[in-house]
Write a protein that binds this ligand. Structure first.
Ligand SMILES: [Zn+2]
Length: 137
């Protein structure tokens, strides 16, 4: 039943479910306002720009760049091996559209600001956590 899960899993709500389960079909789903066409993240049911409630999840490319990161050497979370890399990544679809995530499949010492990364999903129960790894060249 996932009791060994190192991460606290998010609650699924109508406006967040697509984001957390899109990985099941390999797609990163980001809410997008249908009135002003801006992407909205974290997922909220109302557009913070124009206050429209016509916000619908759309698949994005999953490509991003590292905006900021910290390498954590302290095992704050049981069963999550250190070091690991907490990061904010900026999706290529829109300036300032950032996700909090982890950078994986790379030596933490090799992570750098501006590095090109792509989404990779880690399934935990019904949740598909969007993590990011270096883009393939
Ligand atoms: Zn809007």
């Amino acid at each position: 039943m996932g009791t060994d899960s190192p991460r606290t899993l998010p609650d699924l709500e109508p406006h967040t479910e697509a984001f957390w389960t899109g990985g099941q079909s390999g797609r990163l789903m980001i809410n997008r306002c249908q009135a002003c066409h801006r992407y909205v993240h974290p997922p909220v049911p109302m557009c913070p720009t124009c206050h429209s409630r016509d916000v619908t999840p759309e698949a994005v490319s999953g490509k991003a760049t590292v905006a900021s990161f910290t390498v954590n050497h302290v095992p704050w979370v049981p069963n999550l091996p250190v070091p690991y890399v907490f990061a904010a990544v900026e999706l290529e679809e829109q300036p300032g559209l950032r996700l909090s995530t982890e950078i994986v499949n790379i030596d933490p010492e090799a992570v750098s600001i501006g590095m090109a990364v792509q989404v990779v999903f880690k399934q935990q129960e019904e949740i598909y956590l969007p993590l990011f790894e270096p883009q393939e060249r």
